[in-house]
Design a protein. Structure first.
Length: 175
């Protein structure tokens, strides 16, 4: 597995069930609310600061998703909202950033994520993912979705590659 981790140059994520616990609150106007783990957010920032490409590929359609992840260093054009064919969006992300699929770690938790998990360099799912995602995953996290699953694997990859280091002045400048 360490060899797969050494090839990673990008991270891509589903949102609901991976970067959240899957719960969604709705108000009477139909506006949706999600909660995100701040440790996952910091992991994304660390990856962004060290030059890893980041993408969100989600079926969710709320602009609040784009805004949340822009605060983590993800470029607005790398947030794919309303994705119904995640492979199409994954290919677009790889093409635009000159990445081979083997250079991307993808985090998913449900059936729409399975094709990308099988095509990428390393497919990851949280421990509470559906069975189909677990079968497709190279790594099943020891954490549930929305509970540090992303941070844990980002940190592991970056430590293996020797890039898990915080430069406070760089952090202040970028975030």
């Amino acid at each position: 597995m360490e060899e797969k981790f050494r090839r990673i140059k990008a991270f891509a994520f589903d949102v609901d069930g991976v970067l959240t616990d899957g719960g969604i609150l709705a108000n009477l106007d139909g506006e949706l609310f999600r909660t995100f783990d701040s440790k996952d957010g910091f992991g994304l920032r660390m990856a962004a600061m060290h030059g890893y490409r980041l993408a969100i590929i989600t079926g969710g359609r709320s602009e609040s998703i784009r805004k949340r992840f822009m605060t983590c260093g993800i470029k607005p054009e790398d947030v794919y909202l309303g994705s119904r064919d995640k492979m199409e969006d994954f290919r677009d992300f790889c093409t635009r950033h000159s990445l081979s699929p083997e250079q991307v770690m993808y985090f998913g938790d449900d059936m729409p994520d399975v094709p990308v998990m099988q095509a990428c360099g390393c497919g990851v799912c949280p421990k509470d993912a559906v069975e189909e995602a677990k079968e497709a995953a190279d790594v099943i996290s020891d954490r549930d979705g929305g509970k540090g699953c992303a941070r844990s694997l980002i940190e592991t990859v970056m430590k293996i590659q020797g890039t898990w280091q915080l430069d406070v002045s760089d952090y202040k400048a970028k975030f």
